[in-house]
Write a protein that binds this ligand. Structure first.
Ligand SMILES: Cc1cc2nc3c(=O)[nH]c(=O)nc-3n(C[C@H](O)[C@H](O)[C@H](O)COP(=O)(O)OP(=O)(O)OC[C@H]3O[C@@H](n4cnc5c(N)ncnc54)[C@H](O)[C@@H]3O)c2cc1C
Length: 285
């Protein structure tokens, strides 16, 4: 199928893009990489009458680092993170996650900020934003700039708290301490597909014990989420395979899968158990 007809706009500045969104609001959609929007438009699941293409906005080569934060502008493609963008372990976390997204063609076009705006619960970047305590900076003509914590940004599947006239102008991620360890796991039906379950763990080490533990799961619930019960179980403990199995069991018990059939729910719990265990094991040297 072809997309329904639309008027095409190609603003050259953020001011122009925000002004266009202010005029066309609910009838408009921003297009960045087009990797989620174009399939939705061709299936007529999205029928914007105004398409605002932001690909002509000035484009930075790399995200900036300022005040202990990585600042990711709108047109950073997934592939731009494959070579670490920061010396901090944050660069290594983002490099590993970016390599796991779709196929190369998707990674060449799709953007970090587009994935955040899209709010897919199976998105690597949405999970990273929640686990890494990101702030999403949005701008509109009517209300100016708003800063929204990622933990409050994703409302439900493919739905965020952003208004129709707002543009994601930046995502900010705090840098990680040099002693940070992390592990990531993705379970997907096929290479190059969205994950059926994602697990990400980040923690620091205090001599032999884990501290400031963060455990996040994606593609299981309606939004990616940190599992505080599991984090509490691991906090101040010595890492061991036995402890990681206990944590994985707790993760499987604590999630509320979006699926409705009992077998599907049970399957998602099993996937959660496996992905959390693998993420934790991957964090060991
Ligand atoms: C075959 C295939 C496999 C994929 N596999 C994965 C995968 O494994 N993991 C994964 O995470 N993703 C995957 N994706 C999705 C891909 O990562 C998309 O690029 C991403 O979800 C959206 O980014 P985009 O820049 O393409 O956004 P677009 O498709 O251009 O836009 C998506 C939505 O975000 C809005 N938007 C975009 N930018 C902004 C902005 N700056 N401000 C406000 N709104 C904005 C658009 O209006 C639209 O509603 C896959 C896609 C395909 C086609």
């Amino acid at each position: 199928m072809r997309p329904a007809a639309f008027d095409y706009h190609a603003p050259a500045t953020i001011d122009e893009a925000v002004a266009l969104l202010g005029v066309h609001g609910a009838n408009a959609r921003v297009i960045a990489g087009g990797q989620s929007l174009v399939p939705a438009m061709t299936a007529r699941l999205a029928r914007p009458t105004h398409l605002i293409d932001i690909n002509r906005l000035p484009r930075a080569e790399r995200p900036a680092i300022a005040g202990g934060r990585l600042r990711i502008p709108p047109l950073m493609r997934h592939v731009d993170f494959e070579v670490p963008v920061a010396d901090s372990p944050l660069g290594a976390v983002l490099a590993e996650l970016s390599a796991a997204i779709g196929q190369l063609a998707v990674r060449m076009r799709g953007t970090f900020c587009g994935a955040i705006a899209n709010g897919d619960p199976a998105s690597e970047w949405c999970l990273a934003a929640v686990v890494l305590n990101a702030d999403v900076i949005v701008r509109s003509k009517a209300r100016g700039v708003r800063t929204i914590a990622a933990s409050a940004f994703f409302e439900t599947i493919l739905t965020t708290v952003m208004a129709d006239d707002e543009l994601v102008v930046e995502v900010q991620l705090p840098l990680l301490a040099d002693t940070t360890r992390f592990g990531f796991s993705k379970i997907a039906r096929r290479h190059g597909h969205y994950g059926a379950a994602l697990g990400l763990c980040i923690y620091d080490r205090d001599e032999t014990r884990m501290r400031d533990v963060r455990i996040g799961v994606g593609a299981v619930e309606a939004v990616p989420r940190r599992l505080s019960v599991v984090e509490a179980l691991l906090e101040r403990q010595e890492p061991s395979l036995r402890l990681f199995r206990q944590a994985a069991d707790a993760a499987a018990d604590t999630v509320s899968p979006i699926d409705s059939a009992p077998d599907d729910i049970s399957h998602k719990r099993d996937l959660t158990r496996t992905t959390v265990r693998r993420a934790l094991e991957a964090s060991l040297p």
